[in-house]
Design a protein around this ligand. Structure first.
Ligand code: ZN
Length: 125
């Protein structure tokens, strides 16, 4: 279920354009707003999170998200870097532009995106 709310992103989550809190996807911009990335890409990014949340039974998603983030911080990453390298975010960012991705995606595919030493850390916006 998609909800559009400028308020949340203007007042609380200032650097974000979308957030997924199962079963809701909350987006800053609607279909008609041309000011940022294409709506479909942002919506797809959040739909991938929705799928990840379903397959971690929702309740495990948030603690896991936080644990991955914390591990990244312990590795010395700054906030944005640590966020961007959470496996759930890595998967969503890689496939957000592929609007057919969720049709063929394998179960628990986010596991492929757990950082290994050979992976480059994503650090740029
Ligand atoms: Zn995300």
């Amino acid at each position: 279920m998609i909800i559009i709310s400028k308020f949340i992103f203007n007042k609380i989550l200032k650097n974000y354009t979308g957030i997924t809190l199962f079963p809701f996807i909350i987006l800053k911009y609607d279909k008609n707003d041309k000011s940022v990335q294409p709506y479909e890409v942002v919506a797809n990014h959040e739909r991938i999170h929705l799928r990840q949340q379903l397959e971690t039974l929702v309740v495990f998603f948030y603690p896991m998200y936080l644990i991955f983030y914390t591990i990244n911080r312990f590795k010395g990453m700054k906030h944005y870097e640590a966020y961007r390298n959470i496996p759930f975010e890595r998967e969503s960012y890689v496939y957000e532009s592929d609007l057919n991705y969720l049709k063929n995606r394998k179960f628990w595919n986010w596991r492929q995106f757990i950082l290994t030493p050979k992976d480059g850390v994503i650090s740029s916006r």
